[in-house]
Design a protein around this ligand. Structure first.
Ligand code: PMV
Length: 325
């Protein structure tokens, strides 16, 4: 029998679900110096992304299905405390009592590589809840909830990850100023490669802090130089000068290496990118592991560098077309 235009579908076949998405991020230049209030440039990475689906069920507890844990949320490991917090804050901001959620998290953003995995999962979860319960949260309300949740799980957050995983725009980020969106129209491709080692952002930041106490002049000069390179990179981006941008990325890596936040695995991948004719290459994020990035002339060159890095031991890789940002 044909359904009449005005007839609704039968109720029993309709099970509402909420869906939310978010993506990863990379720091193009300026990590570590950003801690000392110099600017950093960060980019959204749509190729690494997370989708959260959820539905409401008649259960006693929230139930979660993720890469790192599947089961009732109240038994989940501490690293998922951010999700508990985000659920509670979102439910209370929507004045929703007594909802029990079944949540599926599907992410290809590796954990602990400085790609914003934790913030991205939390953003996608809050978005899925907003979708399900029809809540109209503003961007700043979303950021508030996610940052509160991130603080619970990770003791501190600059808010950079939350911002980058929830917007489509590259950002100039500085501690003492509001973030500024920038546009890229560069005929170049950024290769992101995961070394397979967890990054150690906290340790790396404290290592740099100790080095600052021991050799203040060296570290202050290094920070100043990285800050200058970031300034020059912004000019190169405005002028679509991919060669200058690549060169400045490489200089940036040199200083990160001098500050002691690279390691042999990362340096090896950076070298392999240079040997593959990358315009520039460096570590990205906190360092002591994590990911490297390399600037390629175009998409095909990006695919070539990507294959070389995977062959050199990288465990995963993503491409970012800088023409479309
Ligand atoms: O590892 P990530 O992506 O969280 O980046 C850390 C960036 C640092 O400058 C090293 C630390 C910070 O809080 O800005």
């Amino acid at each position: 029998m044909q359904r009449h235009e005005h007839e609704p579908f039968k109720q029993e076949i309709y099970r509402p679900i909420g869906i939310g998405t978010a993506h990863g991020k990379v720091i193009l230049m300026g990590e570590h110096s950003v801690v000392y209030d110099f600017p950093a440039i960060a980019l959204p990475l749509p190729a690494a992304n997370v989708t959260v689906r959820l539905e409401q069920l008649d259960m006693k507890n929230h139930y979660i299905d993720s890469q790192i844990y599947t089961g009732p949320l109240h038994h989940a490991p501490n690293e998922l405390n951010n999700l508990k917090k985000a659920i509670n804050l979102t439910l209370s901001s929507g004045q929703i009592a007594d909802a029990r959620l079944r949540i599926w998290i599907d992410s290809n953003i590796p954990i602990g590589r400085g790609m914003g995995s934790s913030a991205a999962v939390t953003v996608a979860l809050v978005r899925a809840m907003c979708h399900y319960f029809n809540l109209g949260l503003s961007d700043s309300q979303l950021a508030f909830i996610v940052n509160q949740a991130e603080v619970i799980a990770h003791d501190q957050t600059s808010g950079l990850d939350t911002l980058l995983v929830s917007t489509d725009s590259p950002i100039i980020y500085r501690k003492s100023a509001s973030p500024v969106p920038i546009q890229f129209n560069m005929p170049a491709t950024l290769v992101v490669a995961d070394s397979g080692m967890e990054g150690e952002t906290k340790l790396a930041v404290s290592k740099v802090g100790q080095l600052l106490e021991k050799t203040p002049r060296f570290v202050t000069n290094a920070m100043q130089s990285i800050g200058d390179y970031v300034g020059q990179a912004l000019v190169a981006i405005k002028q679509n000068n991919i060669h200058d941008l690549g060169r400045l990325m490489t200089y940036n890596h040199y200083y990160l290496n001098q500050l002691g936040v690279s390691n042999p695995t990362i340096d090896y991948l950076v070298n392999r990118a240079w040997m593959s004719d990358a315009l520039g290459a460096k570590l990205t994020g906190g360092g002591l592991g994590g990911c490297v990035i390399a600037l390629a002339r175009d998409y095909r060159h990006g695919q070539f560098i990507q294959a070389e890095l995977l062959q050199a031991g990288a465990v995963d890789s993503w491409l970012l077309d800088l023409n479309t940002m």
